[in-house]
Design a protein around this ligand. Structure first.
Ligand code: NAP
Length: 315
C-alpha cells in the first residue's frame, strides 16, 4: 500500500501551492501532484499588478510562482510530476491513480484550475498552433510585426491584447458586444494604446488558410453581415488569440460522486468543502465569483486548515 499522506493536492497553481505551504507549515505530511509546470494559468501571464504586497517591478506569473514553489520546498512539501487519470474520492482514503501507481491521502484538495474555452468557430481545431492560440506569452513572438486578432472583451482579452501590441504591428479586439467587460482601469490603458483597435458586435465564424491561418470570416451580430478578412499579401498570415473565458479541469471527477455544476465547476461551501467528506476544492476549479491569484491562494489556505480539522475529527 502506498504511503497515506495527511493531504494530497492535485494541481500546483496558486491554490495548490498555497495549500501546500499551509500544510507544510502545519507539519502535516503533504504531496502535490502536478502534470506539467507549476503555476497553471498564471504561468502564462506576462504581468501581475494586483497581488497584494507584490512590489517586484515587472513581476510575471512565472516569477511569482517560482517563489511560491520555493516556499513550499522550504516547508517540506513533497512533489511529484504525474498525469492522473482516475480517482477514488469516497471512503477514508482518497486516491489519485496514474499509469505509474497511486497517491493516497486522508484528505484531498482539488486545485486543478481551468483552461481556455475554445472560440467555437469552424476551422479552429485545424489551425490550433498554426495561427490560432490561447496564450499570448507563449506565442506572441511568432507574430512579430504581423497583424493579430484577439477574441473576447474581458480582463484577459484586453490585457493580453495589450501585451501582444509589444510584438504585433496591429492588434484588433473582436468583441461580441459594443462594450468591454474588462475592468475600467484595464480599459483606460487599452483605449490609449495606438496599436489596439476594436471590432464591436462581432463574432468569428470561420478561420482558414492554406496550412497557415490567413483568412477569417467574421459576423456582425447586429446586422448579420459577414466579412472576410484576408492576410496582407506580404505577411501571408495573421494570428487569432482566443480569450473568451475558461472551462474547469474536472473531467476525471465526472461520475465519481463529486457534485459539479452545469458547466463542470465544483460547488463548495465557504470552507472549500465539496459534497464528499475529506474532499476539498480550491481556486479556479470551484464555483466562485472572482478568479484571481489572490482568491486562489486564499482558497488553498482555507482548504488546508479544513483538512487539518477534518483529520482531527476523524482521529
Ligand atoms: P471573462 O471575464 O469571463 O470574459 C470572457 C469574455 O469573452 C467576455 O467579454 C465575453 O463576452 C466573451 N465571450 C464569452 N463567450 C464568448 C463566445 N462564445 N463568443 C465570443 N465572446 C465570448 O473571462 P476572462 O477575461 O478570461 O477572465 C476570467 C476571470 O479572470 C475574471 O474573473 C477576470 O476578472 C479574471 N482576470 C483578472 C485579471 C486581472 O485582474 N488583471 C486578468 C485576467 C483575468 P461578454 O462580455 O459579452 O459576456
Amino acid at each position: 500500500m502506498s504511503k497515506i499522506y495527511d493531504v494530497v493536492i492535485l494541481g500546483a497553481g496558486p491554490a495548490g501551492l498555497a495549500a501546500g505551504l499551509y500544510a507544510g507549515r502545519a507539519r502535516m505530511s503533504v504531496l502535490i501532484v502536478e502534470k506539467g509546470k507549476d503555476g497553471g494559468q498564471i504561468a502564462i501571464t506576462d504581468e501581475i499588478e494586483n497581488y497584494p504586497g507584490q512590489i517586484v517591478e515587472g513581476e510575471s506569473g512565472p516569477s511569482l510562482i517560482a517563489r511560491m514553489t520555493e516556499q513550499c520546498e522550504k516547508f517540506g512539501v513533497e512533489r511529484v510530476t504525474d498525469v492522473i487519470n482516475d480517482v477514488v474520492l469516497e471512503g477514508d482514503v482518497k486516491k489519485l491513480i496514474s499509469a505509474k501507481g497511486e497517491y493516497c491521502g486522508k484528505t484531498l484538495i482539488i486545485a486543478t484550475g481551468a483552461f481556455a474555452r475554445p472560440i467555437g468557430c469552424k476551422g479552429e481545431k485545424e489551425f490550433m498552433g498554426k495561427g490560432v492560440s490561447y496564450c499570448a506569452t507563449c506565442d506572441a513572438n511568432f507574430f512579430e510585426d504581423f497583424e493579430v486578432y484577439v477574441v473576447g472583451g474581458g480582463d484577459s482579452a484586453v490585457e493580453e491584447a495589450m501585451y501582444l501590441t509589444k510584438f504585433a504591428r496591429k492588434v484588433t479586439i473582436i468583441h461580441r458586444r459594443d462594450e468591454l467587460r474588462a475592468a475600467k482601469s484595464i480599459q483606460e490603458k487599452a483605449f490609449k494604446n495606438p496599436k489596439l483597435h476594436f471590432m464591436w458586435d462581432t463574432v468569428v465564424e470561420e478561420v482558414g488558410g492554406d496550412g497557415i491561418l490567413s483568412e477569417m470570416t467574421v459576423k456582425n451580430v447586429k446586422t448579420g453581415e459577414l466579412t472576410k478578412i484576408v492576410a496582407d499579401e506580404e505577411d501571408g498570415m495573421f494570428g487569432v488569440f482566443g480569450f473568451i473565458g475558461t472551462l474547469p479541469s474536472t473531467k476525471i471527477f465526472e461520475g465519481k460522486g463529486l457534485e459539479l455544476d452545469e458547466r463542470g465547476y465544483i460547488p463548495t461551501d465557504d470552507n472549500m468543502k465539496t459534497n464528499i467528506p475529506g474532499v476539498f476544492a480550491a481556486g479556479d476549479v470551484r464555483v466562485k465569483s472572482l478568479r484571481q491569484v489572490v482568491t486562489a491562494a486564499a482558497d488553498g489556505a482555507i482548504a488546508t486548515t479544513q483538512c487539518e480539522k477534518y483529520i482531527n475529527e476523524m482521529e
